[in-house]
Ligand binder design. Structure first.
Ligand SMILES: N#Cc1ccccc1-c1cc(NCCCN2CCCCC2)c2ccccc2n1
Length: 158
C-alpha cells in the first residue's frame, strides 16, 4: 500500500544479474544519500527466466565494491503485478523495452511508465548495453551510465 508522496521504480534487464541490480543499487544509494529513500520502493527484475534465484554477476559485485555501493539482490522475473504496482519500469535496451511492452499488453490495468533508463542520460547514451559477454571495463561503463541516469531521474522526481 503506497503512502502519500511515495514513488516506485523497477529497474529491468534481460537476466537481472548484470545491469538492473547495478541500477537498483546506484539509485538506492543516491536516494539514501539525499535522505529520501523512505519515500521510494526500489527493486529490479528480469525479462527472462535465465538467472532466477541467482546473485548479481561477480564482475558487477567487484565494480560496486570498488565504488562503495552496497548491492544485495536475488534475480527474479518481472510479474504482472509489477506493471500495476510500479510508477516507473526503467529498462536498458530496445529488446527489454519491446519485451516489457509486449508483457504489459497482457496485463488488464497496467499503469507503469515503461521507459529506457538511458532516456535520462545527459550524455544522451540511450542504450545501456548487456555486459554479460564483456569485460570489467564494460561493467564500469554500465555503472557510469547508471550514475548519470539515476542522478537525472532522482532530480526529476524530487
Ligand atoms: N541471450 C543472450 C545474449 C545475447 C547477447 C548478449 C548477451 C546475452 C546474454 C546471455 C545470457 N546468458 C547465456 C544464454 C542463456 N540461455 C539462453 C537460452 C535459454 C537458456 C538460457 C545472459 C545471462 C544473464 C544476463 C544477461 C545475459 N545476456
Amino acid at each position: 500500500m503506497a503512502t502519500t508522496g511515495s514513488k516506485s521504480a523497477l529497474f529491468v534487464c534481460l537476466g537481472n544479474i548484470c545491469r538492473s541490480p547495478i541500477a537498483e543499487a546506484v539509485f538506492r544509494k543516491m536516494a539514501t544519500d539525499a535522505g529520501v529513500v523512505d519515500k521510494w520502493r526500489i527493486d529490479s527484475a528480469a525479462t527472462s527466466t535465465y538467472e532466477i534465484g541467482n546473485p548479481p554477476d561477480h564482475r558487477g559485485q567487484a565494480c560496486m565494491k570498488k565504488h562503495d555501493v552496497p548491492m544485495k539482490h536475488v534475480a527474479r522475473q518481472v510479474t504482472k503485478d509489477d506493471f500495476m504496482s510500479f510508477d516507473y519500469i526503467l529498462c536498458m535496451d530496445e529488446s527489454n523495452l519491446s519485451e516489457l511492452n509486449r508483457k504489459a499488453k497482457a496485463v488488464k490495468n497496467s499503469s507503469a511508465k515503461i521507459e529506457l533508463l538511458g532516456s535520462y542520460d545527459p550524455d544522451k547514451q540511450l542504450i545501456i548495453n548487456d555486459p554479460y559477454y564483456g569485460s570489467d571495463e564494460d561493467f564500469e561503463k554500465v555503472y557510469e551510465q547508471c550514475v548519470r541516469c539515476c542522478t537525472a531521474f532522482l532530480k526529476m522526481n524530487s
